[in-house]
Design a protein around this ligand. Structure first.
Ligand SMILES: [Zn+2]
Length: 112
């Protein structure tokens, strides 16, 4: 005759079963989230976050940025804003340097 499990044993196995079920549900949830994330990426890839139209890659100060073909909004990837401001800073200094050189040159031309 089989021994009847005690209440404590039953409780233990019930807890184990619940734990296993919870882990399975969590795994299923994460898999669904991953599928959803992939679908959303596919749906929104190279689409304007404002109007939903296509984005095109354009060259801006040698940095490839995404611009909307419809509303002409601009989308910057990670690090591109910093790259542009760095370029603009050095570009500005270069222009300033060229300008002062040009004005010196003009002054030299004007001198008798
Ligand atoms: Zn747009």
């Amino acid at each position: 005759m089989a021994k009847k499990p005690s209440d404590k044993e039953e409780e233990f196995f019930a807890q184990q079963e619940a734990k296993k079920r919870k882990q399975l549900e969590q795994k299923k949830y994460e898999e669904m989230k991953e599928i959803e994330r992939r679908q959303l990426k596919e749906l929104h890839f190279m689409k304007c976050p404002k109007c939903g139209m296509n984005l095109e890659e354009i060259n801006y100060f040698n940095i490839k940025i995404d611009r909307c073909t419809h509303c002409h909004g601009v989308w910057l990837d990670h690090g591109e804003l910093e790259a542009i401001s760095r370029y603009r800073e050095t570009g500005f200094l270069k222009n300033l340097f060229n300008f002062s050189r040009d004005s010196n040159h003009k002054n030299n031309d004007q001198s008798p």
